[in-house]
Design a protein around this ligand. Structure first.
Ligand code: ZN
Length: 264
């Protein structure tokens, strides 16, 4: 026979059961909420990392594209027409000019005999000379050019003089003509080389500086090594003497320039 239970006890048990059930439901909800929060935080973290990666990659792609174009600034090499001419250095974009080998800038005083100040609009050849005066230094030869403003002896100069110790003096800016090759002053750059030997051969120091200067000049003006000429090649004057007497050494010199350029 079924024993009759105390109704109060039954109500109490029922309430207890309901409370436990409610507590379990609350715990389940909290657990779900915690999981959702963790998932949201993880998603947010992933988004931020992806976004950061995107910006880093985009910036590095932009930077490398700019490097390929040669500037990324105001001087895109493929569009010279857009250059701000007033910001050029001696007629060249700064990013090209700044790569020149070390030299001492010591411009001649403007004068009609050695630095006429006429614009050098284009450069299609680089001429190599020798001073025809063994044992004289770069400074002495520069001084000879400078004196022309007073002596009016000759119209003579060059953009650069390389001394027999390898020092390079710049006498005329690259956006002005020099008086070095009668018929080609308007579209060429000239380099005078000092020397010690009677055969006109250069010291190793002069030679090394000449190679680095020729490499930079041909690169800066987008020229080929065949655009490097002896004074002799334009007018027949035996200048530079050693390289008119030794055409094979001249070919080797151009080969050395080509090799040096590969390392630029
Ligand atoms: Zn010459």
């Amino acid at each position: 026979m079924e024993q009759k239970r105390n109704p109060y006890l039954r109500d109490y048990e029922e309430q207890l059961r309901q409370r436990r059930e409610a507590a379990r439901r609350r715990a389940r909800r909290r657990k779900i909420l915690r999981r959702r929060r963790r998932a949201a935080a993880l998603l947010l973290g992933l988004c931020m990392v992806s976004l950061a990666c995107f910006f880093v990659i985009r910036d590095s792609v932009k930077a490398s594209a700019a490097r390929e174009a040669g500037s990324g600034s105001a001087f895109p090499l493929d569009d010279p027409a857009s250059w701000d001419r007033s910001s050029l250095v001696q007629g060249l974009p700064p990013q090209i000019y700044n790569r020149h080998p070390q030299w001492t800038e010591d411009f001649l005083t403007p004068n009609e005999y050695s630095r006429p100040g006429d614009a050098l609009e284009q450069v299609t050849s680089i001429f190599v000379h020798y001073t025809a005066n063994p044992g004289t230094s770069a400074a002495q030869n520069r001084s000879y050019f400078e004196q022309q403003k007073d002596t009016h002896e000759r119209s003579v100069s060059a953009h650069f003089i390389i001394g027999y110790e390898g020092e390079i003096l710049q006498c005329v800016p690259l956006d002005e003509i020099a008086y070095a090759v009668m018929t080609r002053n308007q579209d060429s750059v000239s380099i005078e080389c000092c020397y010690l030997e009677d055969d006109g051969s250069f010291t190793q120091e002069t030679y090394d500086s000449l190679i680095s200067l020729l490499a930079w000049l041909t690169d800066a003006y987008d020229l080929d090594t065949e655009d490097i000429l002896r004074h002799y090649d334009c007018g027949g004057k035996k200048c530079p003497l050693y390289y008119t007497d030794h055409p094979d050494a001249w070919e080797a010199l151009k080969e050395d320039v080509a090799q040096y350029r590969e390392g630029l």
